[in-house]
Design a protein around this ligand. Structure first.
Ligand code: MBD
Ligand code: FE
Length: 280
């Protein structure tokens, strides 16, 4: 670790909120379905209040905490850490291909296009970390290679920072959109990411502490794999033996998503992982 300070909750939270506000969001939820979900969501909260005998002072502290969460720009962080995994679980019910995982707050669309054999953009400092050579193939459910598929890849550096959300990093550092070759293959050179600590100095950090939890996610790579006529998969890959694998604060690990890179004589880590896409 360097002596850099951790990203503050307000800094990374505001950046994540600003990015999300620029996304167009919509859902084709029927009024009946919306009414049913809203009713049950409130009912679930009422049940907690009644079951625990929540008092007026506690209610007011909760209200203040929610206001702070919003003012600190932490809604994307809080939601993606504590809620998104349940939505992903619903999506997973209807998918057969590679297991998905949560997107989290730090995806940025339209990262620079890179050829099937490539190195992610990185700083000289990043080159001091262990190189990771990640290769494989994108196929359909029958194993046919998907040429021209894309892997959008983004991950934290060795200090746990994401470009676009930490002012000291150049745009698109450790991010790229890799286009597969005619057989759907790729070989990407990057570095081993570090575990990620969610900011502890804001309302999300208070919430973690209140639950006697820890603020860590295991080291991970984020990916969105897409191909024409196929359903995209948003997922994450983790590292065998890594810290926090069994207690991810965001509950987003799956046994099928754990890589076991092998260190070669050249000092680099090598691993293969293939992606299988469902039909659209
Ligand atoms: C991350 O890097 C992340 O992946 C999630 C889900 C939440 C916070 C930070
Ligand atoms: Fe992440």
């Amino acid at each position: 670790m360097t002596t850099l300070e951790s990203p503050t909750a307000v800094g990374s939270g505001t950046a994540a909120t600003d990015k999300f506000k620029n996304e167009r969001v919509s859902a084709d939820t029927s009024p009946e379905r919306l009414a049913a979900i809203a009713k049950d969501a409130l009912g679930a909260l009422h049940k907690v209040i009644l079951d625990h005998g929540v008092t007026y002072p506690e209610y007011r502290v909760f209200k203040q905490w929610l206001i702070d969460l919003g003012e600190g720009g932490e809604w994307p962080l809080f939601l993606d850490v504590f809620i998104e995994h349940a939505v992903e679980e619903v999506l997973a019910r209807s998918r057969k291909g590679t297991k998905g995982s949560i997107e989290g707050p730090y995806y940025i669309a339209d990262s620079p296009k890179l050829p099937s054999v490539c190195t992610l953009p990185m700083r000289d400092e990043d080159k001091k970390s262990t190189p990771l050579i990640f290769s494989g193939q994108v196929t359909d459910l029958d194993g046919n290679g998907l040429g021209g598929a894309t892997l959008e890849l983004w991950h934290a550096d060795e200090d746990g920072y994401y470009s676009g959300f930490a002012p000291h990093l150049p745009d698109w550092n450790l991010r790229g959109t890799i286009v597969t070759d005619d057989e759907g293959r790729y070989e990407i050179t990057t570095i081993q990411p570090a575990p990620y600590q969610i900011p502890t100095d804001g309302p999300t950090g208070q919430f973690v502490e209140a639950q006697n939890g820890h603020p860590w996610r295991p080291a991970h790579l984020h990916l969105i794999v897409s191909a024409p006529g196929k359903e995209s998969v948003t997922t994450q890959l983790y590292f065998s033996g890594g810290e926090w694998l069994d207690s991810d604060v965001a509950s987003a690990t799956k046994p099928e998503l754990i890589l076991d890179p092998k260190r070669a004589d050249d000092g680099k880590n090598y691993v293969t992982y293939n992606f299988t896409l469902d039909p659209a």
